[in-house]
Each structure stands twice: as C-alpha cells, then as structure tokens.
Design a binder for this molecule. Structure first.
Ligand code: C2E
Ligand code: CA
Ligand code: CA
Length: 660
C-alpha cells in the first residue's frame, strides 16, 4: 500500500493502513507549521517530511522518505535516535530534548526535539512524530552570555569572577599535591594618563597588547586574568619563590619594548607583585591580597618594578592601613601642619610668593613625608578633606603675614591641589570660602595643579580652573615636563605659571638632557606668556643657569626649605631679600659662605638639633646659649641657621654627586 498525499507527493512508502492513517492525520495537521515535522515508524523509517524539515535538515522529502532516521544522527552508532525510538515505543513522549543533528551538507545543527507517539483508533502506538526546532542561535547567545559573565570584553581573558574560581581550584590542588602556587599581580602604570591623553580606544588597545604580551610570557598551564581596570593576575601552579622571580622579571621585561598603537609609540610599564603560597599556609583571598601589597611596594619604588611579598611587604600592608587610620584622626584633630617655602625672583632676589606644603608629625613615627601620605590619602579619598584643610590654614597664615607686613602685597600664596580634586566643581566654592573667611584676596592665591589632574576630566577641570582664573586666582602647572603635556594643550588651559620639576633642576649642570628639558619648558612658558618657576634649586650654579635661560623664579634649599610659620616670619623679618642670580657666588665655589665660617662643632650641633626636629628658633637659641661661633660673628638667628642648613644640604648633595 502506498501513501499518497497532495501536500506531500513524495510519500511512496508501503506501510500498514493504521500507521498510514495516524501519520496522515498528523501530517495534515502539521504540514503548514514552520517547524520541522516528520513522522517515522517505530523501527525508524521516515514516513512523512514537511517543508520545515526540508529547511532544517537540507534534505527534500524524496531524499529521506523511506530512509532510516539514523541518517540524521551525527553519531554513526545512531544511539541517540535509537533511544528516542525506544522511549516512544514504550508510550512516553519527549519534549524540548536538545541534541545535535546532521544536515545533508554534513554540517551539524543544534535542535530541540519533541517526539511523541502516534496512536491508532484503538489506542495502540503505531508511529512517532518528531517536531524539530533549530536552536543554534539561542545556544550561541547563551554561550556568549556565559563567556561574558566570566570573561573580560576587551582582552577576552577570564575576569575577576572566573579568576576567583580558578585560584580556589589551584590552591586546592596545591594542598593535595603539596606544591606551592604563585600569584602575580600586575598593575599597568599610569593607564589613566594614557586614557586621558589619547582616549579610551587607545587605552583599550594598550590593555589588549599588555594582555597579549603577558600571555606570551607566562607558562602554558598558567592562568592569566583581568582583575580590574588596569590590573592583571597570573596564577602559576607549582611555582615556588625561586621560579617566581624570573617570572616577575620576565613580565616586566616583556612590557619594556615600546608599543605601537594607533600610530602612536607608547612606553608602557607595569608594577608587579608576587606572593607565593606554600601549601596549607594561606587562603586564596589572602594570597591575592599579599600579591597586591607586594605590587604596591613595587610601585612605591618607581614604575616598571617588581617585588616579592615577604615580611617587609606584610609590614607595609599593615603600615598602610595603620597610617590611613592615623592620618584620618590627625586631620580630624588638627594635628597636621603647614610649612612654607619662599619662592624667589631669580633676577632681583625679591620674594615672589610662598608655597604651602603639608607636614605630619606622627606621634610614634616622627615626621612622615607627604610623598608617602599624600598618595595614600588620594587612594583612600581622604585627600579632599586634606587639601581643604591645608587651603584654609594656609590662607589664614598668609593673610596674617600680609597684615604683619612680612608678605608683600605683590607676593602670592601657592597651595597644592591634588589631581583628584581639580575637576571637582566644589573646588571653586572651597576657594571662595577660604578667601572670604580669612580675608586673603583671591588675587594673592595661586593653586598648583599637576598635569594628571588636568587630564583626568579635562573639560570639567578646564571649567573649574577658568572660573577661578577669572576670579583672579593664579594657576600653576606643577611637575611640568614629567607627563604628556604638549604646547597646544597648554594653550587651552588657563595657566599663569609653569613649574620646572626638581627632577630636571637637580642635575641641570651635569646632564645635557635635563638642561634641554628645562630650557624647553622655559621657552614654552615664554611662547605662551606664562612665567616659569624652578623647583629644588640647591646651588648657585643651578641658579645661574636657570637665570641665564630666562626662568623667572625659583624655590629650593639654596634659599630655604619649607619652614614652619614662625620660622618663616623670622626669616622674612631678618632678610633684606634673598640671594639673586647676580649676587650668587660664581659657579665652582665649593662651600657656601655660611658653611665656611661655621666651625665643625657648630655644624655638628646644628645637624643634631635639626634632625631631632627642632625649629630654627630653637636651634638658634641653643647655639647662642652654648656659645657657638656664628657666620656673621653676631648672635645666631633663625635665618642664619636656615642658611647653614641649606648649605649643609647642598654640600652633601655635591659630595654625593661627585662620588657617583
Ligand atoms: P611638590 O609640590 O613638587 O613640592 C616640592 C617638593 O620639593 C616639596 O617636598 C619640597 O619640600 C621639596 N623641595 C623644595 N626645595 C627642594 C630642594 O632644594 N631640594 C629638595 N631635595 N627638595 C626640595 P615635600 O614637601 O616633601 O612635598 C612632596 C610633594 O607632596 C609635593 O611636591 C606635592 O606634590 C605633595 N604635597 C605637599 N603638600 C601638599 C598638599 O598640601 N596637598 C597636596 N595635594 N599635595 C601636597
Ligand atoms: Ca607644588
Ligand atoms: Ca613639583
């Protein structure tokens, strides 16, 4: 007997009539559905085949009707198809069964199948109907979502969530096998600057390149993951301390060659910290945190360095948290201080201004340099309160100095503003309030900002600074020359002063490169009509060179270090101006005048008292009481003590640099 159906003219199979009726009834019902529908005998012979099935599997009815359904099973044993047939023959139906089927062209397709028995009039099972649906798109999407939730978009690397999982597994294996595991924490230096200077697209390309270089460096079995915005983590199993060091060194070296991205050549470095966990000794989170702490230790030394977590890193970790706690209470309890360093006109020796520099004397640990606690405060967010406190205190002190006639009307107060606070719209209000409550005119105030601060959110920073500039506040670009600044970029900013970084002043007499940078900065300043101030001037020779190149002002130990308010007042009272370039001793003179006329015992006593933290006034009083000979032949004065200290520092530096 032959089934012949107008909708399916290809049915040419001999079947028994019960089966035929059931199959035909079902077929008529389902022939118009877009799904793939076919029927088969309980032995697996295909009976009917609709258009949807033609589309899904690629076979036309002619090809397959009468064939065994096993031709659709990619598994040559046909086990999958056979088990479905068994289920149906037993009266069960299967719905939403996801499996793979083979198409006519040999490709596989992911399908969801619903397989049901077909019954005859007496309720006996005579055939099976299969409805198939292509689910490859949905599966691909699901897979992608699964990957996305465990992988990072930009680098394609495992993300933080997957890293945690892998690390837990690695550490469990380490315990089982009694082998160490190393965790390497890689933090790309100054990625924020790259993003700000060149845009996020370039930043992302840099990250991909970093990821590729790291991947090429680490071992086959190691895991590389992206931990955070600019952070990567490597898990290296069976790596002990001895092997971890070359791994870290390899990572630092791999990043050393310049990167070529979007037509730019960029020098990218990273700070690397490693922690090695001996089996059973620590849990994943602690090991990861140790590696991160070691990374901070590396960063503290400079860019492109690596450190292994050890006892000193642990100390650093504890110190950081202790220091943050103590700084926060020191700030709340008004225990911080502000010292002031004179800024001098190189040509005339007149006072141009004073720079406020924050100081912290810790109860147990003595003086802590701002280079340590300012970055910490930036990290923890305390910096907003810190800068605001310094601003208020400095404005109050400067206003008092002006009233006392010690700070000339023309001189300004320079206050540092952290990169974190420059694009804060509140800054304008804070400055206004500080000026208003202390009576210091806005025109007597200068804010020192770094390039990083301007780059972070350039537009917002420009708005805030332009508003301040219009109100008469001076804006100095601090640490100039150390970043990515360009002339065009400088023109767009409301800058009134450029500060030549100490890095270039320090060796200006010895290193042609540094001399070139300093000259370029001064020329640049002239080109955009802003005056330049050199930092860290320590010798007459530096002063002479800077003056010759046209630098307007300077500050540094040559004149005075940053001094407490009382000492500054004394110095300003006593001095009739500072040494100018013309009055400076000729280059080559070995010893400062003050140093030459003070005997060794006196020097020793000054150093002793100074390093003990005594103020200039206290030192002067002690020297007078102990009858030490003074440079001027008169009684010791804080100003003469300051000059001696300055000379000692300069002399020590000269000795150090001629020794090296
Ligand atoms: P900076 O703004 O570049 O300050 C100049 C630094 O050079 C000061 O260090 C100053 O004491 C030091 N210095 C001045 N003349 C000489 C010299 O002739 N030789 C040498 N070797 N050093 C000299 P300090 O006070 O340790 O400050 C370091 C940095 O901390 C500052 O660099 C500034 O970036 C930051 N800082 C200081 N006070 C504040 C503050 O109130 N707020 C913020 N946000 N940052 C501050
Ligand atoms: Ca500064
Ligand atoms: Ca500086």
């Amino acid at each position: 007997m032959t089934i012949s159906d107008p909708a399916a003219p290809h049915l040419v199979v001999d079947v028994d009539s019960e089966m035929r009726e059931a199959a035909q009834a079902f077929f008529a019902m389902m022939s118009s559905t877009p799904d793939a529908v076919f029927t088969k005998s309980l032995e697996g012979t295909i009976l009917t085949w609709n258009r949807g099935a033609e589309r899904l599997y690629g076979y036309v009815a002619d090809d397959v009707v009468g064939q065994h359904v096993g031709l659709l099973d990619p598994d040559p044993s046909g086990a999958d198809v056979a088990s479905l047939l068994r289920l149906v023959a037993g009266g069960d139906s299967v719905s939403g069964y996801e499996t793979t089927r083979r198409r006519r062209d040999g490709t596989n397709v992911a399908v969801s199948l619903t397989v049901s028995p077909l019954f005859d009039a007496r309720g006996g099972i005579v055939a099976a109907a299969v409805i198939g649906r292509d689910v490859s798109d949905r599966l691909a999407l699901e897979r992608q979502l699964a990957v996305q939730s465990t992988h990072d978009d930009i680098t394609g690397l495992p993300n933080r969530a997957l890293l945690a999982d892998r690390l837990a597994q690695a550490m469990a294996r380490s315990v089982r096998r009694s082998r160490p595991v190393a965790v390497v924490f890689v933090n790309v230096d100054r990625l924020r600057d790259v993003n700000s200077a060149h845009g996020y697209v370039v930043g992302d390309l840099v990250l991909s390149e970093v990821a590729a270089r790291l991947q090429a460096t680490i071992g086959k079995g190691d895991t590389l993951a992206r931990f955070g915005a600019d952070e990567f983590v490597v898990i290296s199993e069976e790596t002990g301390t001895a092997d971890a060091k070359p791994l870290a060194r390899g990572i630092v070296d791999a990043l050393a060659p310049p990167m070529h991205v979007s037509g730019l050549e960029l020098s990218i470095t990273a700070s690397v910290g490693i922690a090695v966990s001996p089996p059973l000794l620590s849990d994943p989170e602690t090991t990861l945190r140790y590696a991160q702490t070691a990374m901070y230790a590396a960063k503290a030394v400079g860019r492109g360095q690596w450190r292994l977590f050890d006892a000193s890193s642990e100390r650093l970790w504890n110190e950081r948290s202790d220091m943050n706690r103590d700084l926060s209470s020191a700030l709340a309890e008004n225990l911080l201080q502000v010292h002031y360093q004179p800024i001098v006109d190189l040509a005339t020796g007149h006072l141009l201004g004073i720079e406020a520099l924050v100081r912290w004397e810790h109860g147990d640990r003595g003086w802590i340099p701002p280079a340590l606690f300012v970055p910490l405060a930036e990290h923890t967010g305390l910096i907003a309160a810190l800068d605001e406190w310094v601003l208020l205190r400095a404005c109050r002190d400067a206003a008092a100095l002006r009233r006392a006639g010690l700070l000339p009307e023309t001189a300004y107060l320079a206050v540092n503003v952290s990169a974190r606070n420059v694009d804060d719209p509140e800054l304008f209000t804070r400055v206004g309030v500080a000026a208003e409550t202390t009576g210091l005119p806005l025109t007597a105030l200068q804010l020192e900002v770094t390039e990083t601060g301007l780059l972070a959110d350039a537009r917002s920073a420009r708005r805030v600074l332009s508003a301040l500039r219009q109100a008469g506040v001076g804006i100095a670009l601090d640490d100039f020359g150390t970043g990515y600044s360009s002339l065009t970029y400088l023109r767009r900013l409301p800058i009134s002063t450029l500060k030549v970084d100490r890095e270039f002043v320090q060796h200006i007499a010895m290193r042609p490169d540094d001399l070139a940078v300093a000259t370029a900065v001064v020329d640049l300043g002239r080109a955009v009509s802003v005056h330049t101030v050199a930092e860290g001037v320590e010798t007459a020779e530096q002063l002479a060179i800077l003056h010759r190149m046209g630098c307007a002002g300077g500050q540094g130990y040559f004149w005075a270090p940053a001094l407490p308010l009382d000492d500054l007042s004394t110095l300003l009272q006593a001095s009739e101006g500072f040494k100018a370039a013309s009055a400076a001793p000729p280059p080559g003179r070995r010893r400062g005048r003050a140093l030459a006329v003070t005997n060794e015992h006196g020097l020793h006593r000054i150093v002793q008292l100074h390093t003990a933290g005594a103020s200039l006034a206290t030192i002067a009083a002690a020297l007078n009481a102990e009858q030490f000979h003074s440079p001027a032949g008169h009684r010791w004065h804080p100003a003469s003590v300051a000059r001696v200290i300055v000379d000692i520092a300069a002399d020590a530096r000269r000795k150090r640099s001629s020794a090296s």
